[in-house]
Design a protein around this ligand. Structure first.
Ligand SMILES: Nc1nc2c(ncn2[C@@H]2O[C@H](COP(=O)(O)OP(=O)(O)OP(=O)(O)O)[C@@H](O)[C@H]2O)c(=O)[nH]1
Ligand SMILES: [Mg+2]
Length: 299
């Protein structure tokens, strides 16, 4: 049996969460076209006859502009150091930016070749030809020494099976750490918070969603098996609150309907979802608020 931890690191928006979901065959991590979607470490489990891989999705490493951003970078670095195999997820590029250089430094300083590194070039569906692909890979290979390089498309599912095979090949021998049916240990109420945040991220225009946090205040199962959930959408400004609620409450209703549908799939039962919008000025720079909204490094 082989078993161990694989950490997915990279810049924001390269498709780490989409790729992890594809590898386990279920949507657990939220995804969106906006950078900095993932805020904490998302742990999922894949098991088959070969053994077990624990997949660790991390927040995109970026130039933090506030305390929440610093927290996100810390999560990524810490997860990286706990993994058996590191997967650096990248996308088609002509040159490396500041963020990629920083990740390369992180890998070289903290890892120095000890743990196997896979360079996963994602969004391969966007490459026009083989040369573009090899040019991108060459940029990265000039900075780090990957054990394997693989082109994948998380969106289309291309080559994802091959990446899973690679992960098994590189894992150490070991026992199953989790029950074979386990897909994630994330509590349902946290999953519900993330689903609501995903809908807000996807539906709201640019400046608002990054300042949003979601906290489920009440999560009750009724006698008939359905769920009653109340959640706060927290934002940074009164003007943002107005945009989240929308004209005549239309936006909040849209977010609520989309979130309810996804939560129902996760809990496999009917859900009654009530959403409230609250303002906490400058919360992303306030350690107390950051912790109280569930972003806590000690966890
Ligand atoms: N064309 C294409 N788009 C992709 C692919 N994989 C992911 N995407 C898109 O890229 C965007 C970002 O995907 P995420 O999975 O949220 O990216 P991430 O790296 O987890 O981002 P952060 O959590 O912000 O660090 C989404 O719009 C995805 O649909 C792919 O293989 N091809
Ligand atoms: Mg993500």
């Amino acid at each position: 049996m082989r078993s161990g931890y694989a950490a997915f690191i990279g810049k924001p928006n390269v498709g780490k969460s989409t790729l992890m979901n594809e590898l386990i065959g279920q949507k657990i991590a939220i995804t969106s076209p906006k950078p900095q979607t993932t805020r904490s470490r998302i742990e999922t489990v894949y098991t088959d006859e070969r053994g077990q891989i624990v997949l660790l999705d991390t927040p995109g490493i970026h130039k933090a502009k506030n305390k929440l951003g610093e927290y996100m970078d810390d999560v990524a670095e810490r997860t990286f150091s706990e993994a058996d195999v590191i997967v650096w997820v990248v996308e088609p590029r002509d040159e490396l930016g500041e963020e990629e250089e920083r990740i390369a430094r992180l890998i070289n300083e903290k890892n120095s070749g000890r743990k196997p590194l896979i360079l996963a070039v994602n969004k391969a569906d966007r490459f026009k030809n083989e040369k573009e692909l090899s040019d991108t890979a060459a940029l990265y290979k000039a900075r780090v020494e990957p054990r394997e390089v693989i082109a994948v498309s998380a969106l289309k599912g291309d080559n994802v099976d091959r990446l899973r095979d690679m992960l098994f090949e590189l894992m150490p021998e070991g026992p199953l750490y989790y029950d074979e049916d386990t897909v994630t240990m994330i509590p349902l109420r946290t999953i519900a918070e993330e689903i609501i945040r995903e809908k807000a991220l996807r539906m709201l225009s640019d400046e608002v969603p990054h300042g949003i946090a979601v906290v489920v205040e009440s999560f009750k199962e009724r006698r008939d098996g359905s769920y009653d959930i109340a959640a706060d959408i927290i934002c940074e400004r009164d003007s943002h609150k107005g945009m989240i609620i929308g004209k005549g409450g239309q936006m909040l209703k849209k977010i609520g309907m989309a979130a309810r549908k996804d939560i129902e799939e996760q809990v496999e039962a009917k859900v009654n979802l009530r959403l409230f919008v609250k303002v906490r000025k400058g919360w992303r720079d306030n350690q107390g608020f950051i912790r109280s909204f569930g972003y806590d490094l000690r966890k």
